[in-house]
Design a protein around this ligand. Structure first.
Ligand code: THU
Length: 146
């Protein structure tokens, strides 16, 4: 198991952001998703002339990883802001991306790292950003709702 630091993951998210395809919003987002084994999957936002097919950076990273057989994740670093800017405000993941995280990650342990620069970042748990989220366990037949 390779140990990846939060700073390294943030640095990878900045690299991923350089590949964002954003001819419409010019708002560039990068994500670096860390598996429990220490592998990193990068993602950027990919926009579309029809607008709605746009894919966020976080989901790009998740879908790349899951399609390669990964299912166990420990953290994601996210950076986003207008093209050309390097010192950024925090870019919180959209609701759809939080829901995708909820599908694959334990909300009490999955860490979401929001960064402004390579040195300055804050860590949140998925549970904080998606309280009382709906996940795979809610569909199980022994769940209290039944
Ligand atoms: N975007 C992301 O990639 N991730 C986020 O967390 C927020 C929004 C993208 C979608 C779109 O390409 C652009 O940012 C503006 O919304």
């Amino acid at each position: 198991m390779i140990k990846v630091t939060d700073e390294e993951l943030v640095e990878q998210a900045f690299l991923a952001r350089n590949r964002a395809y954003t001819p419409y919003s010019h708002f560039q987002v990068g994500a670096a998703l860390l598996t429990q084994e220490g592998r990193i999957y990068l993602g950027c936002n990919i926009e579309n002339a029809a607008y709605t097919p746009t894919n966020c950076a976080e989901r790009t990273a998740f879908f790349k990883a899951v399609s390669e057989g990964e299912r166990n994740f420990s953290a994601i670093a996210i950076v986003g802001g207008p093209k050309g800017r390097e010192e950024l405000s925090y870019c919180p993941p959209c609701g759809v991306c939080r829901q995708v995280m909820m599908e694959f990650c334990d909300p009490k342990h999955f860490r979401i790292i929001l960064a402004g620069t390579k040195e300055e970042y804050r860590v949140y748990m998925l549970e904080e950003l998606l309280p009382m989220g709906f996940g795979p366990e809610n569909l199980e037949s022994d769940n209290k709702g039944e």
